[in-house]
Write a new protein. Structure first.
Ligand SMILES: Nc1nc2c(c(=O)[nH]1)N[C@H]1C(S)=C(S)[C@@H](COP(=O)(O)OP(=O)(O)OC[C@H]3O[C@@H](n4cnc5c(N)ncnc54)[C@H](O)[C@@H]3O)O[C@H]1N2
Ligand code: MOO
Length: 425
């Protein structure tokens, strides 16, 4: 049984900072076709391979002429020959060779047989109505900088400049190690009192959405040697490792000890719940993110702690975006430390766990919120009604860290609160 007398509890902010400092990635690069670059991060500047346009180009639908014919005023065009003195020229297309100036088609009357024209407005200067070579992009010009997340527009711009292959940061591989004797693979027969291993499904998809490559480990039983072996193997094979469950104080909760044996534990508790038993370690230079078992907390603690590590690898913004929203429904404190048997209580009933902020520090209950526009146009946040883990959670798009502790006043309906937006990417 684990010795949990020596807690390393940190705030959420400190946890992210410790994890960030522990990441010294040796990023890999790969070259992929530009058509597949959307959603990837450039490892090098992408440069135009050619001038665009690569010759004098016509601006609008026009006829192409020689400016020299207009230098002494409007010429007599009755004897003009198509292809010699004039030619059609169209928007965004190279000028017919030899022609230097364009007159928009609205100032031109074309004969029915399209061989003769009369013009009612002369061009103002040589090259009028044209775009010079290289006016959209010049060969060698940077079209997108290193570390840019390629959007559809950027992908199309690079392709426009003749870029066929791009160098991108390889997707970091993220090993997910599920632990627990009670776990059963999805599709197998459920053990008595057990659960299907669903956190792997949940977190693998998040990893993909955030730009990583999930690698799912088989369920590891609560056995010290097997846990250690799985962690060590994963740390040699993956860029980032997630160890799931086995993080608390139960008779089979070994993960923190094992991480401590093979690496350095940075922290193994945070100041919020759910998610209290989140942890982090470094094993042979590989960051290991510890996510607690209960699925309700596993999802958003991955948002809090795993996402920044993946984003750091990919050199993308790490913090979740926050919005200020008007609290639209009453929310109550919760989690250890927010219990009615608060810090300082002399005797607790046996089924109640002691406060984790008995020292008077602030503890945060993570509240699932729906952020939406109120009828008066203001952004409002509604606490998810009903039972935690219920259907109403499907609409959750934000998290609020609700403080509790001595002297802390919880927000009232109508107050503005800061909500972390749930990340989809
Ligand atoms: N006496 C105390 N008991 C507990 C405390 C405490 O402070 N004192 N903390 C509670 C809190 S908070 C949490 S969170 C959990 C943390 O538990 P673990 O991270 O050690 O997770 P397990 O005990 O292994 O499992 C808990 C629960 O989650 C299910 N689980 C685990 N892995 C998966 C998975 N991959 N997919 C789906 N479900 C999974 C597991 O079957 C259990 O039902 O401890 C509290 N207890
Ligand atoms: O760590 Mo637990 O996730 O607080 O519920």
């Amino acid at each position: 049984m684990r010795d949990h007398s020596n807690h390393v509890q940190v705030t959420r902010e400190k946890a992210v900072e410790l994890l960030r400092d522990a990441c010294e990635f040796d990023r890999r690069k790969e070259t992929i076709p530009v058509q597949e670059a959307c959603g990837r991060v450039l490892a090098e500047d992408a440069k135009a391979q050619t001038d665009i346009p690569n010759c004098l180009e016509c601006c609008l639908d026009s006829v192409a002429v020689h400016y020299a014919d207009f230098e002494n005023g409007m010429p007599d065009t009755s004897e003009w020959v198509r292809g010699v003195d004039w030619e059609f020229a169209n928007t965004g297309v190279g000028m017919p060779e030899g022609f230097d100036t364009a007159i928009v088609i609205e100032h031109v009357t074309v004969s029915d047989d399209e061989r003769h024209i009369t013009i009612d407005a002369a061009p103002s200067a040589k090259f009028a109505g044209t775009n010079p070579q290289g006016s959209k992009m010049r060969q060698g010009e940077v079209l997108a900088f290193e570390n840019t997340l390629v959007t559809v527009d950027i992908m199309a711009r690079m392709a426009m400049g003749g870029v066929t292959d791009v160098s991108v940061i390889a997707r970091p591989t993220v090993a997910f190690i599920p632990t627990g004797n009670e776990l059963t693979r999805i599709g197998d027969e459920l053990k008595r009192g057990g659960h299907f291993e669903t956190n792997g499904l949940l977190i693998a998809e998040k990893i993909r959405q955030w730009g990583g490559e999930p690698v799912l480990w088989d369920i590891v039983p609560d056995d010290r040697e097997r846990i250690t072996a799985a962690i060590c193997e994963a740390c040699t094979k993956a860029d980032i490792v997630v160890v799931n469950a086995g993080s608390s104080k139960g008779s089979d909760d070994w993960n923190i000890e094992m991480l401590d044996e093979v690496g350095t534990v940075l922290y193994h508790q945070t100041n919020h719940g759910p998610g209290h038993h989140s942890s982090a370690a470094v094993v042979d230079g590989t960051p290991v993110v510890g996510i607690s078992g209960p699925p309700r907390g596993a999802g958003f603690t991955a948002d809090f702690y795993l996402r920044p590590v993946i984003k750091r690898y990919l050199r993308q913004p790490e913090n979740l975006p926050k919005v200020k929203a008007r609290l639209a429904s009453e929310i109550r404190p919760g989690g250890p430390g927010a219990h009615k048997h608060m810090a300082g209580a002399k005797q607790l009933p046996g089924e109640v766990r002691p406060s984790e902020n008995a020292d008077g520090s602030i503890f945060y209950g993570v509240k699932f919120m729906i952020v939406r526009q109120a009828e008066d146009g203001v952004l409002e946040a509604v606490g998810v009604p009903g039972k935690p883990g219920g259907l109403s959670e499907d609409a959750v798009n934000g998290y609020y860290m609700m403080p509790s502790g001595t002297g802390v006043n919880p927000p009232q309906v109508g107050d503005f609160i800061e909500v972390d937006l749930k990340p989809w990417a």
